[in-house]
Write a protein that binds this ligand. Structure first.
Ligand SMILES: Cc1cc2nc3c(=O)[nH]c(=O)nc-3n(C[C@H](O)[C@H](O)[C@H](O)COP(=O)(O)OP(=O)(O)OC[C@H]3O[C@@H](n4cnc5c(N)ncnc54)[C@H](O)[C@@H]3O)c2cc1C
Ligand SMILES: NC(=O)c1ccc[n+]([C@@H]2O[C@H](COP(=O)([O-])OP(=O)(O)OC[C@H]3O[C@@H](n4cnc5c(N)ncnc54)[C@H](OP(=O)(O)O)[C@@H]3O)[C@@H](O)[C@H]2O)c1
Length: 272
């Protein structure tokens, strides 16, 4: 992947020699940056080689880099790669003054990066019941875990159709188009991709927020699939306001939250 960002000293290089090593081996494993790909001014994917334990599509890892005083700055990031793919890949947006994202974006191939050895999270197919249709509803960088899910065989074995909705502000933020193209090519009409662009006009994307498009029927019309509690499982990930608003719209239609001891149809993950 291309990396045209100006070389800055890594945090490890900047750390005084007297600073203790930032990690105890138990908490993190040391990996290497393979590549940092810029998609837009703010959106990046980072590829990492690291000996983490097997994970499930939809789970997240905890990436860490040392801060000024040698303390570890740790944040969760969803795996974009499928469990069988290497290197590991994470998709992130840089936040102004964001402690970790401002450091991630200065990394270069070969730099060290730390990651918790074990993945976490319950937004996986293992935790949802079978249904006809699987709806994957995302905003921004939260399309990542759903791409990982779409790259597994399980998704296609268990559901007649998988609908992937990705909502962004601007069209250039509809990243991973090549991945989407390959999934569409492999899965044919079993896969439906629905892009949403909310802050500019396009001739291909829905110009609406996801909950609004559910309420007014545009999402179902575009997907060609009924969105009813009977026959559907819905995973929602990203902006917590979108997660809350979408859950509310679905609950008004008779969907209920999915809990291990009380299975339902709505499984969510908030990114902040
Ligand atoms: C389970 C889980 C999985 C996550 N997976 C991803 C991922 O795959 N990709 C990713 O970019 N982020 C992801 N995040 C968010 C991520 O962990 C960091 O919070 C984020 O990258 C910002 O880190 P920071 O240290 O720069 O700033 P922080 O101090 O952590 O965040 C500053 C503020 O930025 C906002 N914010 C944080 N993350 C995002 C985001 N993704 N999009 C929009 N606004 C945000 C929030 O208001 C937050 O309070 C995930 C969070 C959780 C809880
Ligand atoms: N993307 C940018 O160009 C940009 C620029 C400056 C700062 N930022 C900051 O970067 C962070 C992430 O930005 P982002 O653009 O990736 O994520 P975002 O703000 O979550 O927007 C992504 C998509 O989610 C939609 N959305 C927001 N709230 C929603 C709700 N309650 N219900 C349904 N849909 C909702 C947005 O629609 P709407 O367009 O209708 O809100 C947009 O389509 C934010 O903290 C933002 O302040 C982003």
């Amino acid at each position: 992947m291309a990396n045209d960002i100006e070389r800055a000293p890594t945090e490890q290089e900047k750390r005084p020699a007297t600073t203790p090593r930032p990690t105890s081996a138990a908490k993190f494993v040391e990996g290497r940056v393979v590549a940092l790909k810029p998609w837009t001014e703010r959106l990046y994917s980072i590829q990492v080689e690291a000996a983490v334990e097997p994970f499930r599509a939809g789970q997240f890892g905890r990436l860490a880099l040392p801060g000024e005083a040698g303390e570890m700055i740790v944040r969760p990031y969803s795996f974009v790669n499928a469990p069988h793919e290497r290197p590991h890949e994470f998709y992130f947006i840089t936040l102004e003054n964001g402690p970790l994202t401002q450091r991630l974006v200065r990394l270069h191939p070969g730099d060290p990066i730390w990651i918790a050895p074990r993945a976490s999270g319950f937004m996986t197919l293992a935790d949802i019941q079978d249904a006809d249709f699987l709806w994957l509803l995302s905003t921004g960088t939260a399309v990542g875990p759903f791409l990982s899910i779409c790259k597994t065989e399980e998704a296609w074995r268990r559901f007649k159709k998988v609908v992937l909705a990705h909502a962004v502000r601007y069209a250039e933020e509809l990243t991973y188009q090549e991945t989407v193209r390959v999934i569409a090519e492999q899965r044919g009409s079993q896969f439906v991709y629905v892009p949403f662009v909310t802050r500019e006009d396009t001739n291909f994307a829905l110009k609406a927020r996801i909950p609004q498009a559910i309420q007014d029927g545009r999402l179902e019309a575009r997907a060609g699939v009924p969105l009813a509690a009977e026959g559907s499982q819905v995973m929602i990930c990203g902006n917590p306001d979108m997660v809350a608003d979408t859950s509310a719209v679905l609950e008004a239609r008779g969907f209920k939250k999915n809990r291990r001891k009380d299975p339902g149809q709505i499984t969510v993950e908030n990114y902040w």
